[in-house]
Design a protein around this ligand. Structure first.
Ligand code: ZN
Ligand code: ZN
Ligand code: FE
Length: 758
């Protein structure tokens, strides 16, 4: 026996099952000539390895450095063991569900190897649109239970042919235990139908779909997490028709291209954006438009950005290879409903939108929208975290009891905690209609089942009328904790950064139910996980017509103007006073004076809306936040003058809209451009909030500032606050793992609830 012959045992935790981890370990052991075995366990993977210690050290290093693309290692522990003198290195098969980890990989894009085979005429999967391997393809959207094995996926109806089975069984093969493994002989297939469900008899349905798109038709395409609606992005008529049929007036459409080189024809791709575009998650990335470009103007009207993703399924690549440089690929739904996932549902709901349907017979069990990200303030920022990222958990500082947090009303996600991990669901949507509510319930059941968690505690919003509140209150025999919306925002960001103790939280958004039954949204809070104090807020103004004021920012404009000028508002020379009928203006002023249907709000989002209407950007919006977004988009660069601002000290501090609104009105009347007014407005807010933070630091000795809430999707505000505060030696924290908008709320709710019950 060689003197230096040792044995070591490794436990690897994380997403290490169903991602080719055991074959990777097997190859590695062979490469180093080491003996032993590898097996799946309840927590991940265990490895017993024997051989010369230097080789074992290199082996250990390679495990963490070179693991397969879909693996996500959380922790590796090791201990020395007495050698057992194995003759070989073996993959030990796992036995039964009790041996399986519940960490499941997200769905990811086709890998380089599979892409090469897809376009290789000599490969047996040449042109097969469902090619995949252990390094790529569908996961989360095709399982309905654990363990992640073929019988628990929508691939169970396809029996592997001899060829595929041999690959599946061979540890040296890239398709060893690739659950969705398939080929033309044994796997799913694509067909093309018209919108009456009649199959178009044609040799190559993908080629035919490409031809129809080029003719200007709208095609519904079944993808990974749901249906898309596709049109030629350079055909303005087709884009307009799609908008009209989908009832989507102005919200930008996402684009899809084959590779970064094609994207560079119409958008600016920096090195960080390139990394995001080509990452295996393949999110939609917000990219600055190039001028000139050949994309139809109606794709993203009045927006500086395009939302762009690269092809991510083999089917996308095949479709785009028919000479398209860019397609519109927008979610297959009507307006705000959940996207369609199964064929019959798609025909039912999309037949009046799409002219043709490119469908297949691999079922999608769980809907997952495209994720949306941008690179801002030197980090990736999520706008929507869904396909490609879910269900990778957020790792927490502490162990939590099993909690189900029900999220917010808009952009809903739910969150389930398990030990020191928090699992946020995919994007559920706006909980305002029955179909989204059904999807919400389905997502709760699904996530709890695949995580094997029985929640002991529910966390939900303070708002009495939310569907999620009603859902929570219908449940019997379970502890419940209600969490204030803006508190949850800040704690969500704290949880991401593993922050303890007290922080200053800037919680800025459109709407959240306050503890005084008003509508909050411009909140400066002193926050711990368990509690918060309201240190300051935007002074209240009435919201004439309540939610009507969200859809019609001119109402907010009148409210701020009346607040600032009183009855002399009628003497102002503003476009809005000419554009809106006099009778309507009068009614709104009377509502404000008499307090009829005028809930009070401290929302910063509404101030953005109001100012956008005062400067003449728009009086009505087609989607939440549109006016505020356009105000940001129009801002000029390089201006450092600001408006007068003022705040009232006290408990809480109140910061005032009136001086800012007066400054804006003066500039509008003197003919200053919207671009200049916009940047002055943004910079005024930066100065105001910075001054308040400095004052709070003096009083309370707090130096950490946490930024959260939908307003921080505004990159002038996000970049500016980070810059202003760090230059005054604050430690500043903003979201990087979950969205800053209400899509990240459920994480905060869970952590607050855990802290409250101790
Ligand atoms: Zn692959
Ligand atoms: Zn096969
Ligand atoms: Fe919010």
């Amino acid at each position: 026996m060689v003197a230096d012959y040792v044995a070591r045992k490794f436990h690897v935790n994380g997403i290490v099952q169903g991602v080719g981890f055991r074959p990777f370990v097997y190859q590695l052991a062979k490469q180093y000539g080491l003996k032993g075995e590898v097996a799946n366990t309840a927590a991940g993977v265990s490895i017993h390895i024997e051989g010369p210690s230097s080789k074992i050290n290199s082996f250990e290093n390679d495990i963490s450095e070179n693991s397969p693309p879909l693996a996500h290692i959380v922790e590796i522990t090791s201990q020395d063991e007495p050698p057992k003198h194995f003759a070989h290195f073996n993959i030990v098969s796992s036995h039964g569900a009790d041996q399986m980890s519940t960490l499941i990989s997200p769905d990811v894009s086709i890998c380089h190897d599979c892409l090469k085979e897809l376009f290789d005429p000599d490969d047996r999967r040449f042109g097969y649109p469902f090619i995949n391997c252990t390094n790529c393809g569908p996961r989360y959207t095709i399982i309905d239970d654990i363990p992640y094995d073929r019988p628990k996926t929508s691939m169970r109806r396809f029996k592997m042919c001899e060829h595929c089975q041999a690959e599946y069984d061979d540890p040296a093969n890239r398709r060893f235990h690739a659950q969705p493994n398939a080929c033309t002989d044994c796997g799913p297939h694509v067909i093309l139908c018209d919108n009456k469900q009649k199959q178009v008899e044609i040799g190559d349905p993908i080629e035919e779909a490409a031809r129809l798109i080029r003719q200007g038709h709208i095609i519904a395409i079944k993808g990974l997490g749901g249906f898309h609606l596709a049109v030629d992005a350079q055909n303005s008529d087709a884009v307009v028709r799609l908008r009209r049929r989908k009832l989507r007036e102005e919200k930008p459409f996402a684009l899809m291209s084959y590779d970064c080189e094609q994207v560079e024809n119409y958008a600016v791709v920096g090195p960080e954006e390139r990394k995001l575009l080509t990452s295996i998650q393949r999110p939609i990335v917000l990219l600055r438009k190039k001028t000139p470009h050949s994309i139809a103007e109606e794709v993203a009207p009045r927006n500086k950005y395009f939302g762009v993703m690269l092809a991510y399924t083999p089917l996308h690549y095949m479709l785009l290879s028919h000479g398209f440089s860019v397609l519109v690929m927008t979610s297959g739904n009507i307006s705000e409903e959940p996207i369609a996932i199964d064929n019959s549902d798609a025909f039912e709901r999309l037949a009046h939108i799409a002219d043709y349907f490119l469908i297949h017979n691999r079922d999608i069990f769980l809907r997952s929208d495209d994720s949306i990200v941008r690179y801002a303030a030197e980090a990736t920022r999520f706008i929507r975290r869904s396909r490609g990222y879910v269900p990778v958990p957020v790792f927490l500082k502490d162990e939590l009891p099993p909690i189900l947090a029900l999220g917010a009303e808009l952009k809903n996600t739910i969150c389930i905690t398990k030990g020191n991990t928090a699992f946020l669901s995919q994007h559920v949507g706006d909980l305002e209609n029955l179909s989204t509510y059904e999807f919400f319930r389905l997502t709760i059941d699904h996530l709890a089942r695949i995580l094997e968690v029985a929640p002991q505690l529910f966390a939900y919003d303070l708002h009495p009328d939310y569907l999620s509140t009603r859902f929570a209150e219908e449940q019997q025999d379970i502890a419940k904790v209600r969490v204030q919306h803006h508190h949850a925002h800040i704690v969500s960001c704290m949880a991401e950064h593993k922050l303890d103790g007290k922080v200053i939280g800037l919680s800025f958004d459109g709407t959240g139910y306050g503890t005084d039954d008003t509508i909050w949204g411009g909140e400066i809070l002193i926050v711990t996980a368990a509690d918060f104090e309201r240190a300051g807020h935007l002074a209240y103004v009435p919201m004439p017509g309540s939610t009507a004021a969200i859809k019609e920012p001119w109402r907010m404009a009148i409210s701020y103007l009346y607040h600032a000028f009183g009855d002399s508002l009628w003497d102002l020379d503003l476009p809005i006073l000419r554009q809106i009928e006099a009778s309507k203006l009068k009614i709104v002023v009377e509502m404000i004076q008499q307090g009829v249907n005028c809930p009070h709000t401290s929302s910063l989002g509404r101030l953005f809306d109001g100012v956008a209407a005062i400067v003449g950007i728009r009086n009505r919006v087609n989607f939440e936040g549109q006016a505020a977004m356009e105000l940001e988009m129009l801002a000029a660069d390089g201006i450092d003058t600001i408006y007068d601002f003022d705040w009232l000290s006290g408990d809480p501090i109140q910061f005032l809209s009136a001086p800012i609104v007066c400054g804006v009105v003066q500039d509008v009347q003197s003919g200053l451009s919207i671009a200049q007014i916009s940047i002055k407005f943004h910079k005024t807010l930066l100065a105001l909030f910075t001054e308040i933070c400095v004052s709070i630091r003096q009083d309370r000795d707090l130096n950490r500032v946490v930024l959260s809430g939908g307003c921080f999707q505004n990159s002038i505000l996000l970049n500016g606050m980070i810059h202003e505060l760090t230059s005054r030696d604050f430690e500043v924290f903003a979201h990087q793992r979950v969205p800053t908008n209400d899509g990240g709320i459920s994480l905060g709710q869970a952590v607050v609830a855990a802290a409250k019950i101790g």
